[in-house]
Design a binder for this molecule. Structure first.
Ligand code: AMP
Length: 212
């Protein structure tokens, strides 16, 4: 039958393709040399579909894809594990979702008291994080260049992905709290988990072996 596998394009794709190859899933043509978005695989009859990371959970929830690979940040922002099953941590694409503030306002690496304006691409995660801490915040949604928001006096604080910390440092920010440890995860459509159990299980176990 074959599985439809939704993949996050960009950095995560580059790190996941070698794992998929080790699991026996190899596209019939070079994905980086093509502008196509759907690729057949050499064996197993699987299809690889490349898309924006934030669309992967949508394709998997509604069953347009049986399986998806995307970052935990995207999964958390989408609303997590009730829409699909999260089955495997691929341990690539590692980074952290963190709060950060201008170095000049970091008070002993504590978030200052009072109302905060928080700029972020992760509005749901940020809202939940501050709500759980009983912090009064205004969430300011941005779709990129979040790090400059405090410099431009748009926000007091940001919630963003941090890897090396170079981007924060270059913009005069310091990281404060870790909201979540991020890595790429394999998610599975709830119906596919039943109707294509053997194929899904085979894929998960092959990927697990590749990760180990
Ligand atoms: P860095 O300067 O190494 O801390 O990288 C931070 C920037 O790179 C942020 O703007 C992130 O959007 C992006 N980034 C780093 N690692 C990842 C990752 N694993 N997944 C998605 N974006 C990332």
């Amino acid at each position: 039958m074959g599985l439809t596998i939704a993949l996050n394009r960009g950095r995560i794709l580059d790190e996941c393709l070698p794992l998929l190859a080790e699991a026996g899933i190899v596209p019939v043509e070079d994905m980086s040399a093509s502008r196509k978005l759907v690729f057949n695989t050499a064996i197993g009859g699987h299809k690889l579909v490349v898309m924006r990371g934030s669309d992967v959970p949508t394709y998997v929830e509604y069953g347009a894809a049986d399986v998806g690979i995307t970052g935990k940040d995207t999964i958390l922002e989408y609303g997590g594990g009730t829409h699909f099953y999260e089955r495997l941590d691929l341990r690539v694409g590692r980074c952290r979702l963190m709060t950060a503030v201008p170095a000049s306002t970091a008070d002993g690496l504590q978030m200052r008291e009072g109302h905060l304006r928080v700029a972020t691409k992760f509005v749901n995660v940020a809202r939940q994080y501050f709500e759980e801490r009983n912090r009064q915040v205004t969430i300011i949604p941005l779709s990129g260049a979040v790090e400059i928001a405090p410099l431009m006096s748009l926000a007091d604080c940001i919630v963003d992905i941090v890897d090396t910390g170079n981007t924060l440092q270059a913009n005069g920010l310091v990281a404060l709290e870790t909201i979540a440890e991020i890595s790429s995860r394999v998610i599975v459509n709830r119906a596919s988990m039943k109707t294509k159990f053997d194929e899904v299980q085979l894929l998960i176990e092959a990927l697990r072996a590749a990760v180990d």
